[in-house]
Ligand binder design. Structure first.
Ligand code: FE2
Length: 191
């Protein structure tokens, strides 16, 4: 079964000025596509020919894990945004954020710091443990908290390819914009 690049739910220019159409062209069109192509090239003969991405992420390591996780992580990341989405969490997710972090503002500060201080390439995650508690987690490279049994809710890609076209080396400015395009209704539906 060959993997395919999933379609975006919005036009390439929908997230501008926070994320430009040019960044989408490269980040989604080139990088995300490359992980799909790489995985399709790696899978034959590994025993993962009929596996879904989640199973591969849980069981594989090395290049197969890296490319499978990068496909999943990017799909999850790009699916978190919309042009005019809900700017704050509501309902059950809002309650859980308050219970785990004190307030939405405290959570935002913690997540922002985690994304800003992650050394090198990787992802910052909001994920939920089986006991219902929420956690902010730094993962290097292709890391994904589902590998440790947590369920991802939100992620910020801090690989340089996510922001270098629009923000050059200014990762903090990119993270600031990240908060403007998250659609919290989508995040709430994952919870
Ligand atoms: Fe990326």
């Amino acid at each position: 079964m060959a993997f395919e690049l999933p379609k975006l739910a919005y036009e390439p220019n929908a997230l501008a000025p926070f994320i430009s159409a040019e960044t989408i062209e490269y980040h989604y069109g080139k990088h995300h596509q490359a992980y799909v192509n790489n995985l399709n090239g790696l899978i034959p003969g590994t025993g993962f020919e009929n596996s879904d991405l989640e199973s591969i992420i849980r069981k594989a390591d090395g290049p197969v894990f890296n490319n499978a996780a990068q496909i999943w992580n990017h799909t999850f990341y790009f699916d978190s945004f919309s042009k005019n989405g809900s700017k704050v969490p509501s309902g059950r997710l809002s309650d859980a954020i308050n219970a785990s972090f004190g307030s939405f503002e405290s959570f935002r500060e913690l997540f922002t710091r985690s994304a800003a201080t992650l050394f090198g390439s990787g992802w910052t995650w909001l994920a939920v443990k089986e006991d219902g508690s929420l956690h902010v987690i730094q993962e290097s490279n292709a890391g994904n908290p589902m590998k440790n049994g947590l369920k991802p809710l939100l992620t910020c890609d801090v690989w340089e390819h996510a922001y270098y076209i629009d923000y050059r080396n200014r990762r903090p400015d990119y993270i600031k914009s990240f908060w403007e395009i998250i659609d919290w209704e989508i995040i709430g539906n994952r919870f």
